[in-house]
Structures are given as C-alpha cells and as structure tokens.
Design a protein around this ligand. Structure first.
Ligand code: AGP
Length: 615
C-alpha cells in the first residue's frame, strides 16, 4: 500500500520528504514522487521504480519554498509508471492519495464530460480535478476539500496543497492511516510514525472522516462537515526495544499491522503489475532436481500438508484450486499424514506450508512424499530452512521475520500466495481466461489497501476486550472460505488468551454445537455478503434464538446483521474470493487485546514455541 508524507516548515521540504519516503519504503511500492513549492509554483518530480531513481532526479533540484508533499505508490489502478506516480497536479492543486476510490469510474466520466483532461490512468488524479474545480469558486483549499469529500466512496486518505495558499496543507483520513507530527513551527503529515519521529514525537493520529487543516503555525482538526474537533496530542517515547517493535507494545501487534505490506511483498514476485497479469515463470521455471522440466499441465491432484495456522491457510487452497482448476485437492495435518500410510501419486503436486520451515511433522511429511510421490512446492518464510531446501520448487511468504509465536502476517501472506498459486495453475491448465486473470490480479493487488482499513478495529477491541474476558466460551463460525478463518480465529484466542474456543463450519450447528448455545456462549459469525450469506444468517438466527451473544463480521453497513448482533464489524466490500484476507484481522486483534487484558505474555504464550522442531 502507498506511503504519504507532507511538510510545512522552515526546513528544505526535499530533505524531509525524501527521508520520510525512505522510512516508508518497507510498505512496498513501485514508483514515487514529490511536489514542492518553488518560488510560488509547485514543482513536481516523479520516478518509476525504487526511491533511488527519484533521489537521483532530485539531486540537482533546489526549491525556494517551505511546502511539499511526497508519495510512494503501490499500483492498484493504472500500471506502475512515472505518468501514474503521485503527486497528481491539476491547475496549481497537488494531491497524494492512499486507498481506492470505489466510484472513480462515474466521477471520472462526469469530469471528462466537463472537459477535464486526464494525464494518468489512476483513480487518484480525479481527486485533484475535483478539488481544482471547487477551488475556483471557494478560493480556499480547505473549503474545496470539504465540498468534494461527500462525492468520494471507498477508503482513501489524501494530502493536498495549492500554489495560491503556499502556507496551507490539508489532509483527510478515511481508511489508510494518517498521522500529524507537531514540530517547532513545522508540521509533518505521514502514513507512519517512522517518517515523523526524526522531527518530533508529538503527534495526533487522524481518525476516519477527520480533516487536518494546517495553516502557517496553526493546526485545526475538523470533521468532514468542517466543524472543529477537540484533540489531544500524544508523545511517543520509544526506547530501543520499542523502536524495534515500531512503537507497538508487542511484536505480535506490530506484525498484525505489517500484514498489508507482507501481502504486497508476498505476491509481487508472481505478478506482472504493468499488465495486471500473472508472472508464470515463478511457477513454471523455478523447479529443480527430478522435476526440473516438469509439465504442470499433467498435474491431476493437489495435496496440501501443514500444521496449525499454516494448515488453516492450506484449507483455503482447497476452495480456490478446486473452484478454479477443477482438480481434487486434499488438505492434511502433517502429523496425521505422516503416519496414515497415505496413497501417493506421481501426478500429485504437493504444497508444503511452513512459516519456520522447520516444523518436524511438516518436514517428515515432505520427506515421505519425496520417497515416492510427485513434485513438492514449499511455501516458507525462512529461506534456506530445512523445508525450503528439500522442496523441488520454493515460494516465499516474504513477510519479514515473524517474532510473535502466534502467526499473523505469515498467515495472510500465505493465503495471498495460495490464491495466486490457484490462478497460476488454472492458467497453466487453460482454465482461466485473460479477463478472469486480469480481474483477479487487480483484486489481489487491491487487498493491501483493504487490509489497512480493517486495522482500525484495533481501537474497538482495545475498548471491549475487558468485556470479552468474562465470556465462558467462544464459538467461531463460517461457511465455505470463511470456515478456515473461523478455525484460525479460534486458534488465536486459544493460544493467546488460554480461553476455550472452537471453530466450526456454520452448517454443522444442528449436528451438535447448537447444544453448546446459551447466554454464556459468544458466537463470532463470519457473514460476508457472498452466495452463502443467507444460509449463514439462518445459522446465526438459530444461535440468537437460543440466547447466544453475537459478534458478527459482515460487508459494509448491514442493518439486518447489526440488529442480530451485540457487536457488528463492517468489512470493506472486496472481491468475494478474498474476504479471508480482511476478516481474519479483526479476529487477530480480538485475541490480542483479550490476551493483553488478561496480562498474558502475548509474544511468548505459555507452553508454545515459535517453531515446533520436535514431534
Ligand atoms: C500459529 O499461531 C501457531 N504458532 C502454530 O499453529 C504454527 O502455525 C504451527 O506450529 C506451524 O508452524 P510453521 O508454519 O512454522 O510450520
């Protein structure tokens, strides 16, 4: 997902913006740019690829001004190119944007009918056009922003400046994070603390639908109707360990917040982000040993073997591969697989999933397959780990080191990889049209932004965790692709809060779990709007009528679901296949905050190890 930096103050904006964008590089990006005031005009410099290319272009540039904005872009609409890089400038207005404008097509059409000329393929550029149109009449940047905000739908955080108001910067947050840093007669606005802390540790986190108005040395916090809001600045006092934890209280929370970037880094090697299609080489060309010249069109079955959270990720592969490739998929717990004398076929492709790459049961399962089975593709987070070394083809979660014993970013990175794998195998076996491919690739590329928006549930669960600690039993339920997420959500609560929790296929209610239901039982229902929604709702109503307390996760503002639930969490509307990537995050946050409230050692839960290298 994208990175944003804005600056107003006495320093050279170029220096502040470049150092800020460097601090945000971890977020994953494919182009970057700045727009800085120079003698009353906004001068824009952009570059495709890594930040070094922008720095090279800026080397001999000087700016006579103290206002600027910068951006690192993760392409979702419009391929990675200098033309599509932010900032976008229209008639003296310049903006940077993180997120997705869902109604951009209709807005863009109206602007084109009004004579607007677009220079890029992005949804972001239309925001600059909208503000430019309004500022002609308002003659004020803030008023122009307030006028266009109601037009926009989706998750979008923006920072904008106008040449005619050279000491004004306006920011708006809805979804992706935006933080304001208060220095001495200077302000730094950024997506992340790391870009701000070199200048100040006094900050305000913007909440959704809040507007930051900075003018000279004044700051105002407003709602989207322009009403002034009270605010408290926070001081970030990081010690060295906290600096390693990125200011988070625990590695696990840091890793939960790193998930958008982890997913972005996991899928990038397997996609062509210029053409929005798959890069098949990472599946066709990267086999070794006996399967160096493998012909994947001959694959007739897929076997998935893993443990714990990795096994739950593997369960999703069954839904995605069987629905797209139309070949059978068997998913097995490694400790069961290795002792049940399995029947192995040469035309079976085995996926071995392991964050650590050292899990004893999973390694033993790999070796069993290797004795008399077919090709093995490993998905690990640790290069050169045992499982990584012994597989025939290696994919990587690229999630960065995962320190928390409870796996989070490795899980979502694995799910994203398995989805891309299912697309690639479908394409190789001629089961995926170009249109389907492009639609699915664009959808998975948009997921980091959607995942960022659900991180906002962190504050909700921090508030309600104390209520949840009193609950006797937790029943997580979902159908279809939501069922593995129900299992993973229950596991997170078990391993962190040491509370009994079960994950169940919602359709199984009548086959036993219904007897568990009473007013002491908390049901967490995954009820995204898909083809199983109606059946899921009837399961939820079965539990409700028997006295269960309900926490439900649904798509958007679902009044009916809200009416049935003690707490309702609105998920962003995403590509139906990909709801698991957003709905697991609130479940991770629930488990984290209940564990913290109970005073448990979140990063090192009792009885558990990060890698189970013994049986
Ligand atoms: C996940 O939160 C647990 N720590 C555990 O289930 C873990 O997923 C399992 O031990 C497998 O580990 P691996 O992915 O490193 O093989």
């Amino acid at each position: 997902m994208c990175g944003i930096v804005g600056y107003l103050g006495p320093r050279q904006p170029k220096d502040v913006l470049v150092s800020g964008l460097r601090a945000l590089e971890y977020r994953g990006y494919d182009s970057s740019g700045v727009a800085i005031l120079d003698q009353g005009k906004l001068k824009r410099v952009r570059a495709q690829g890594k930040l070094i290319h922008l720095v090279e272009k800026l080397k001999n540039e000087n700016f006579d001004g103290h206002l600027g904005i910068g951006h690192t872009r993760w392409a979702t609409h419009g391929k990675p190119s200098e033309r599509n890089a932010h900032p976008h400038c229209v008639g003296g207005i310049s903006i940077v944007h993180n997120g997705i404008i869902e109604n951009y097509a209709e807005l863009k059409l109206n602007l084109l009918k009004g004579g607007a000329v677009f220079e890029s393929e992005t949804d972001s550029e239309l925001v600059a056009h909208l503000i430019h149109n309004e500022v002609k009449s308002t003659q004020d940047l803030l008023q122009a922003v307030l006028k266009i905000l109601p037009l926009l739908k989706g998750a979008f955080s923006i920072v904008t400046v106008w040449e005619e108001q050279p000491e004004t910067l306006v920011a708006f947050k809805n979804g992706p994070p935006l933080i304001v840093g208060f220095g001495t007669d200077e302000f730094v606005v950024a997506s992340d603390l790391q870009a701000i802390l070199p200048y100040t540790n006094k900050i305000v986190y913007l909440d959704d639908f809040q507007v930051a108005y900075i003018h000279q040395s004044q700051f105002q916090l407003l709602d989207q109707k322009g009403h002034t809001l009270e605010f408290q600045t926070a001081s970030i006092d990081w010690n060295s360990e906290q600096a390693q934890k990125g200011g988070f209280d625990h590695y696990m929370l840091k890793e939960i917040f790193e998930q958008p970037r982890a997913v972005a880094n996991a899928i990038l090697p397997h996609l062509d982000t210029e053409k929005f299609c798959l890069n098949l080489n990472s599946l066709k060309q990267s086999w070794t040993g006996a399967f160096k010249d493998i012909d994947l069109t001959q694959v007739e079955r897929v076997l998935v073997v893993a443990c714990g959270t990795s096994y739950y990720a593997g369960m999703l592969a069954k839904y995605w591969i069987e629905s797209k490739v139309r070949i059978p998929v068997e998913v097995d717990i490694a400790s069961e697989f290795r002792y049940r004398n399995p029947v192995l076929f040469l035309k079976t492709l085995t996926l071995v999933i392991s964050q650590s790459g050292e899990t004893a049961d999973t390694l033993a399962a790999l070796r069993l397959v290797k004795e008399s089975g077919g090709p093995i593709l490993s998905i690990c987070n640790v290069p050169n780990s045992s499982i990584d070394r012994e597989a025939h083809c290696r994919w990587y979660m690229n999630a960065g080191v995962e320190i928390g014993v409870a796996s989070t970013k490795a899980f979502t990175a694995t799910m994203a990889l398995l989805y891309v794998f299912s697309l690639a195998l479908a394409k190789i076996k001629m089961k995926l049209s170009s249109e389907q491919e492009q639609e699915a690739v664009k959808a998975i590329l948009g997921m980091p932004s959607h995942m960022e928006t659900v991180l906002a549930f962190d504050s909700f669960f921090a508030e309600v965790a104390h209520i949840l600690t009193a609950v006797r039993g937790f029943l997580y339920m979902g159908r279809g692709i939501h069922y593995p997420i129900a299992l993973e959500g229950a596991l997170k609560l078990k391993e962190l809060a040491y509370r009994h929790a079960e994950g169940y296929a919602a359709g199984e209610m009548k086959h036993g779990p219904l007897a568990l239901i009473d007013s002491d039982m908390l049901v967490i229902m995954l009820a995204a709007s898909d083809e199983l929604y109606e059946k899921t709702i009837s399961n939820l109503e079965e539990a409700k009528t028997r006295g269960a307390k309900i926490v439900s996760l649904g798509t958007g503002e679902n009044e009916h679901l809200k009416s049935l639930s003690e707490h309702y969490l609105a998920l962003p509307k995403v590509y139906q296949d990909l709801y698991p990537l957003v709905e697991v995050i609130p479940l991770q946050l629930l488990a984290y905050h209940v564990a913290v409230t109970l005073g448990n050692d979140v990063d090192q839960p009792r009885n558990l190890a990060k890698s189970v290298t013994v049986e």
